[in-house]
Design a protein. Structure first.
Length: 256
């Protein structure tokens, strides 16, 4: 079967994607190393650097949020794959500073493993770095342990919040406090009604039969809250919003 995709060689997707991205937005971003996206106009070393990591294939996340008042660096893996610890360590070396580095990690096994290993290497090299993990996906259950909750779209507002606070000159510890406060007040949920295939090889990651949907599917097509018959848009929104409200428990008059 002919692949219905505008690609050249599958093994070059990530590099071509990043080359095109940095060429199109050269006034904002550039390559700081292999698969390392950094700001073209970096902020001063007296301010905390905000770094994140993750696989390609989710654009504009994560590298699309590198810029003033947001991320200082995005370390990119192959399609749907975490970057290795050595590449992340290379990025941390680029941002070594007295103010420190805050590493934002989405709760996925590959990302967490690379982050832990890179932070250990950074500590040995005298690099001041602390990490914060996102775990906003509630598909594992409203009372599921934090470690069982995946990091999904909740990272996007977090990048903006932490990036803006860092630009204001907040310390590393202050940024951790702000980030954890946000983490404790955010919940996300995804829905899917079609199969997910890998962009490089067309391998089917998940397949939903006709007439079936899944509320809680992960960003790569991983299983979530369970499959059910397809329902209307209004009914889907009502069900998802209901679950999110039960998790966050908002009250009248609440402020962010």
């Amino acid at each position: 079967m002919i692949k219905q995709k505008f690609i050249n060689q599958p093994e070059n997707i990530t590099q071509e994607l990043l080359d095109g991205f940095t060429m199109a937005y050269a006034d904002q971003v550039k390559l700081g190393g292999e698969n390392i996206i950094v700001r073209t106009n970096p902020k001063c070393d007296s301010k905390v650097a905000i770094v994140t990591l993750g696989g390609a294939g989710h654009e504009p996340a994560l590298s699309g949020f590198v810029g003033e008042g947001m991320l200082d660096c995005s370390v990119v893996g192959d399609i749907f794959a975490a970057p290795g610890a050595q590449r992340l360590f290379q990025a941390l070396q680029l941002f070594k500073r007295e103010a420190g580095i805050l590493l934002v990690v989405l709760n996925h096994s590959g990302d967490v493993m690379s982050a832990n290993m890179a932070c250990q290497l950074a500590e040995r090299a005298g690099i001041k770095v602390k990490s914060i993990m996102t775990h906003d996906d509630i598909s594992a259950g409203l009372d599921a342990p934090v470690d069982d909750c995946r990091g999904l779209a909740g990272c996007i507002p977090l990048y903006k919040i932490l990036g803006a606070a860092a630009e204001e000159g907040k310390t590393l510890d202050e940024l951790i406090e702000i980030g954890e406060r946000f983490n404790n007040q955010v919940a996300t949920l995804a829905v899917a009604m079609g199969k997910c295939t890998h962009p490089q090889n067309d391998a089917v990651i998940s397949d939903l039969p006709d007439g079936i949907m899944e509320i809680g599917m992960g960003q790569h097509g991983e299983g979530g809250g369970g499959r059910q018959n397809l329902i209307s848009a209004d009914d889907t929104a009502e069900k998802m919003i209901g679950l999110l409200m039960k998790k966050i428990k908002p009250q009248s008059g609440d402020k962010a």
